[in-house]
Write a protein that binds this ligand. Structure first.
Ligand SMILES: [Zn+2]
Length: 256
C-alpha cells in the first residue's frame, strides 16, 4: 500500500509541476489520497472500458458520430419541452433522484438531456452569433465537446425560476436540494465558479453529470473538478498495475 502511495504522490508531484491550473486544487486532494487509510477508489471503472466515466471537455472531444444507447426520461419536464433522453443507467438514476426530491417536497423539471452533435452545433452557432465566440464558449460547448452528447448529462431547473438555466438556481430550494443530494444518485455538479480555469465554463448549478454513486460520492467529498479526479484515477490505476500480482509478492508490497 505504501508503494502505491509513493508512486501516486510522485506522479501527483510531477503533474502539479506541469500544469499550474491543477496546482490550485491539489493540496486538498493530496492530503486525502495520502491519508491512512486512503479513500476506497473504485477500481472497476477504467474509462477505457466503462463509458460512464468518459471525460469530455474542450480538450477531449467526442467523434461527431458518437451516439450512446438512449431511453426516454420518465420524469417531469419543463412545460413545452419534448421528452428528453439519457443512457439507461443515468435515466434510471434520475427517476430515483426526482422521486426522492418529490418526497422531500421539491419539484424539479428536466430542461435538456441528450443532445446530438448536430443539435449542439446549431445551439453553439446561435450563441456565438449572439455573444461572440469568447463569451459564448464560457457557457456553450462547441459541437463534439458537450457532455450532453454522452447522454450522461442533464440540465435541471424548477418552476420557481420559470425553468431558467441561470446561476440563481443555486439559491433556490430546488437547487440547494440538488446540490446536497445528487451524489447519492450518482450525479455530480460538473461546473462550479471556482473551477472555471480548469473546466473552461462558468458555474452551472443546473447541469449534473452521471458518473455512478461510487465516483460521485468520492468526487463530491474531494470537491475537485472531474478533470482533476480523472487524473487521480489514472494515476491510481497506473500505480496498482505495477504492483506484483502473486499473493506473496502482494503481501510483501503491503508490508513495505
Ligand atoms: Zn448542460
Amino acid at each position: 500500500m505504501k508503494r502505491v502511495c509513493i508512486l501516486f504522490l510522485c506522479a501527483v508531484t510531477i503533474l502539479s509541476c506541469c500544469a499550474s491550473a491543477l496546482c490550485e486544487a491539489l493540496p486538498t486532494a493530496m492530503e486525502l489520497f495520502s491519508a491512512d487509510p486512503a479513500p476506497d477508489v473504485p477500481m472497476r471503472s477504467d474509462p477505457a472500458i466503462d463509458p460512464l466515466t468518459v471525460l469530455v471537455n474542450k480538450e477531449e472531444p467526442l467523434p461527431w458520430d458518437y451516439i450512446p444507447p438512449l431511453v426516454p426520461l420518465e420524469v417531469p419536464h419543463k412545460p413545452g419541452v419534448s421528452t428528453q433522453q439519457m443512457v439507461p443507467d443515468a435515466a434510471e438514476a434520475l427517476t430515483r433522484l426526482f422521486a426522492a426530491a418529490e418526497s422531500d417536497g421539491i419539484s424539479l423539471g428536466v430542461v435538456s438531456g441528450y443532445r446530438s452533435y448536430g443539435t449542439q452545433k446549431s445551439i453553439h452557432a446561435r450563441k456565438v452569433a449572439q455573444k461572440g465566440r469568447a463569451t459564448a464558449e464560457l457557457t456553450s460547448a462547441p459541437p463534439g465537446k458537450s457532455e450532453h452528447q454522452l447522454g450522461l448529462a442533464v440540465d435541471v431547473s424548477s418552476a420557481s425560476i420559470n425553468y431558467r438555466l441561470n446561476a440563481i438556481f443555486a439559491d433556490t430550494a430546488e437547487g440547494q436540494w440538488l446540490e446536497a443530494h445528487c451524489a447519492e444518485f450518482g450525479f455530480i455538479i460538473r461546473y462550479r465558479a471556482e473551477w472555471q480555469k480548469i473546466t473552461g465554463y462558468k458555474a452551472e448549478p443546473w447541469h449534473i453529470r452521471y458518473v455512478g454513486p461510487e465516483h460521485a460520492r468520492l468526487i463530491t467529498s474531494l470537491h475537485v473538478p472531474y478533470e482533476i479526479y480523472m487524473g487521480y484515477l489514472k494515476l491510481c490505476w497506473d500505480a496498482r498495475a505495477h504492483l506484483p500480482a502473486t499473493p506473496d509478492a502482494a503481501r510483501l508490497a503491503a508490508d513495505h
